[in-house]
Design a protein around this ligand. Structure first.
Ligand code: PLP
Length: 385
């Protein structure tokens, strides 16, 4: 059975060129880049090449990029580090729709005594800038606002949020895990102080990412150890992973405009076809000004998203549900909740996320299958009788 993978916001396939670039570092080039001998230290060149590739994708300088184990670690370092810089500034401000890597970190720090302000979003999932203004003050250490939401694809007004943050003298961090490699981002033009990214969302390997820290900002580390990455992030270099991230960043930059326009066209056509063929469905954040090209959440009224997912899965079509499931208990998505979408509707939400490899045929097959599945479930749903 030919499968259709429409869960690229969860993770992406490793691009063949990326794998190719990584392989030697699993085999013959296995030395430790921090070693004194040339067998290891010569690998520093590959690390520095990757640093340049990532820096170019972000419009950053090489010395502003530090490799980490991924988005979660970068987010942790940004927030945990920022609240330690100045004892007079320990407050955190973030949004109601962040990924748990930010949200949980902020909650834990609040339990430890840091103040926490949560900025809301409107019904389109867009950041409430007025509320942000009211929450940032002279005690704020860091404002952390995601670049693009992982469920709705809504892109946040980073430049405006950074301006408000800087007027209060705080640092501005963005979790750009979902945005990097999908649409252009220039950290200097947007005035971003700290940014998190993850390789596995842009056709790179899992377990590797980076943190951009603007030159001049001394962000304390969360890992102490052997002083790799100038002490910003200790730990033996994950050379194959870093090389893979570098190549993924280079490819993303090369394909940036083509990919964005291809994904946008496919996603728009997908949305149109689904709405036509599945009555009682609607696109979440449809009215948002800016959305990622390839991510969409659609609500199918009166139907449990997990039932749809299961039936799609049986036919080899992979998407994801808008609601998080943890330890067997179903929680409504905090993102949809923050947008004013009620529990029942949130449980009918499905996310479809495309990649540069998604084809028109795959979209066609998914639409055909979805309309059949939705019709079948509607015919047996107690809510639609
Ligand atoms: N932030 C966002 C917005 C994400 O979507 C994810 C992953 O789903 C993360 C952070 C975590 O990144 P990683 O899987 O690299 O730890």
């Amino acid at each position: 059975m030919k499968t259709v993978y429409l869960d690229n916001a969860a993770t992406t396939s490793v691009a063949p060129e990326v794998l190719e670039e990584m392989l030697p570092f699993f085999k013959e080039e296995f030395g430790n880049p921090s070693s004194f001998h040339s067998f290891g230290s010569s690998q520093m060149e590959a690390i520095e090449k990757a640093r340049g590739q990532v820096a170019r994708l972000l419009g950053a300088k090489c010395e502003e990029i530090f490799f980490t184990s991924g988005g979660t670690e970068s987010d942790n370092q940004a927030i945990r580090g920022a609240v330690k810089i100045d004892s007079a500034r320990t407050g955190i401000v973030t949004s109601a729709v962040e990924h748990p890597a930010v949200m949980e970190t902020a909650n834990v720090l609040e339990d430890e005594g840091n103040s926490l302000g949560i900025v809301g979003v409107n019904k389109n999932g867009e950041l409430d800038l007025e509320s942000l203004k009211g929450l940032v003050n002279q005690q704020t250490a860091i404002v952390s606002i995601m670049a693009a939401n992982n469920e709705t694809g809504v892109i946040m007004p980073l430049k405006k949020a950074a301006k408000i943050t800087h007027e209060a003298g705080a640092l501005f961090h963005t979790d750009a895990v979902q945005m990097v490699g999908k649409v252009p981002i220039d950290v200097h033009a947007l005035n971003i102080d700290i940014l998190s990214l993850s390789a596995h969302k842009l056709h790179g390997p899992k377990g590797v990412g980076a943190i951009y820290i603007k030159k001049g900002i001394k962000l304390p580390p969360i890992l102490t150890g052997g002083h790799q990455e100038k002490g910003v992030r200790s730990g033996t270099y994950n050379t194959p992973g870093i090389v893979g991230l570098g190549k993924a960043a280079e490819l993303a930059l090369t394909h940036l405009n083509d990919t964005a326009s291809k994904e946008r066209k496919l996603r728009e056509s997908f949305e149109k076809q689904v709405l036509e063929s599945c009555p009682g469905s609607f696109v979440v954040a449809d009215g948002a000004e800016y959305r990622l090209p390839g991510t969409v959440t659609i609500i199918f009224e009166g139907i449990e998203s997990e039932a749809v997912l299961t039936l799609l899965d049986m036919q080899g079509v992979y998407a994801s549900s808008g609601s998080a499931c943890s330890t067997g208990s179903k929680n409504p998505s905090h993102v949809l909740y923050a947008m004013g979408i009620d529990y029942t509707l949130a449980n009918s939400a499905l996310r479809f996320s495309l990649s540069r490899y998604t084809t028109k045929e795959e979209i066609k097959r998914t639409v055909e299958l979805l309309s059949k599945v939705v019709e079948r479930l509607r015919s047996i749903s107690p809510y639609t009788q």
